[in-house]
Design a protein around this ligand. Structure first.
Ligand code: CA
Ligand code: CA
Ligand code: CA
Ligand code: CA
Length: 321
């Protein structure tokens, strides 16, 4: 018998404000209630759209690169000498992604469509097939800022990131829109470089980000939309994060574009442990490693699922087959 279990991915903080009356008495326990996912999405989307309407990026440099151009995206306001620039809103594409409030520890059962905006400033050298999935390891550079331009995080040299490893959803879903480049090429001094990599930006509502609980000390306010500029250098196609033989992207059992909410054996794991399938080497906890319950080809690569008892549930997710 399965019982549903509320999984709290993030601690939710209620802001407790002690208000002081004019006469100096303290009114303890005045609670500023958290914003709902739905109202936050409406607010965030309006802020993002306003930014995209009032700002442009250096598209002319990307179209006709001047000598020495570094292919870095720059935003500026459409005003004064730049009054005739085309707004970002003319360049961005969107994806609608549903998020539920239980992801943030809420019990109000909200399901809200969020709009993710992304800008491709330079298409990576690779073709259409040259984009990672949210289940892949990537090599990239990034710069994260608030809409007012405040920088809160950056990697100006290549870093490795597994897109479903503790990163916010909007970030992973944005990075997968870009194409990687050519490389790595040895520079001869121990460093490597990449050429003609994808350059883009992602505009993320907080419901696909940190929502009410940004990392302590990050400088990100609660409910703030975020911008990430991305240089996608490379990625590992069909990354198998847990090494169980199944590419991570195929461990999204419910197919909702989120690998962190699929945990087939969640009821038999201790409450403090939440090993989603992409991070679990025995997905049904039957004592048989997943890699021994799937089809592998002669090279040991994933070749398909098995369903020995024919009940429609593949062996690696079926603890009574
Ligand atoms: Ca999922
Ligand atoms: Ca598990
Ligand atoms: Ca697994
Ligand atoms: Ca198993």
């Amino acid at each position: 018998m399965k019982t549903s279990r509320l999984v709290v991915y993030f601690l939710m903080f209620w802001v407790i404000v002690s208000c002081r009356d004019d006469d100096g008495d303290i009114n303890p326990g005045t609670v500023v209630p958290p914003q709902t996912l739905a109202e936050t999405q409406i607010e965030n989307d309006a802020e993002i759209v306003s930014f995209l309407q009032t700002h442009f990026y250096n598209y002319e440099e990307f179209e006709t690169p001047p000598a020495g151009f570094n292919f870095k995206i720059k935003f500026d306001t459409i005003a004064g000498a730049n009054a005739d620039k085309l707004p970002l809103i003319d360049f961005v594409q969107t994806q609608t992604i549903k998020e539920v409030s239980s992801t943030f520890g809420r019990d109000d059962e909200e399901e809200v469509d969020h709009i993710l905006y992304f800008l491709t400033a330079r298409v990576g050298e690779g073709d259409e097939e040259n984009s990672p999935t949210i289940g892949d390891n990537t090599v990239l550079q990034y710069e994260g800022s608030l809409l007012d331009g405040t920088l809160f995080d950056a990697a100006s040299t290549p870093v490795n990131q597994y897109l479903s490893g503790g990163l916010i959803r909007g970030y992973a879903n944005g990075v997968e829109k870009f194409n990687a480049g050519i490389g790595p090429m040895e520079n001869g001094d121990g460093t490597v470089s990449f050429e003609n990599y994808g350059v883009g930006a992602i505009f993320i509502p907080s419901g696909l980000g940190y929502f009410s609980n940004p990392p302590t000390g990050s400088g990100i306010p609660a409910y703030a939309p975020l911008i990430f500029k991305i240089d996608l250098l490379a990625f590992e196609k069909d990354t198998d994060f847990d090494g169980d033989g199944i590419p991570s992207i195929l461990e999204d059992v419910d197919g909702d574009g989120n690998l962190n909410n699929d945990n087939t054996d969640g009821d038999s794991e201790p409450f403090s442990v939440f090993l989603a399938n992409h991070n679990d080497t025995d997905d049904d906890n039957d004592g048989i490693p997943t890699i021994d319950e799937i089809e592998l080809d002669e090279d040991g690569k994933f070749a398909g699922f098995k369903d020995t008892d024919g009940d429609g549930t593949p062996d690696h997710l079926d603890n009574d087959n």
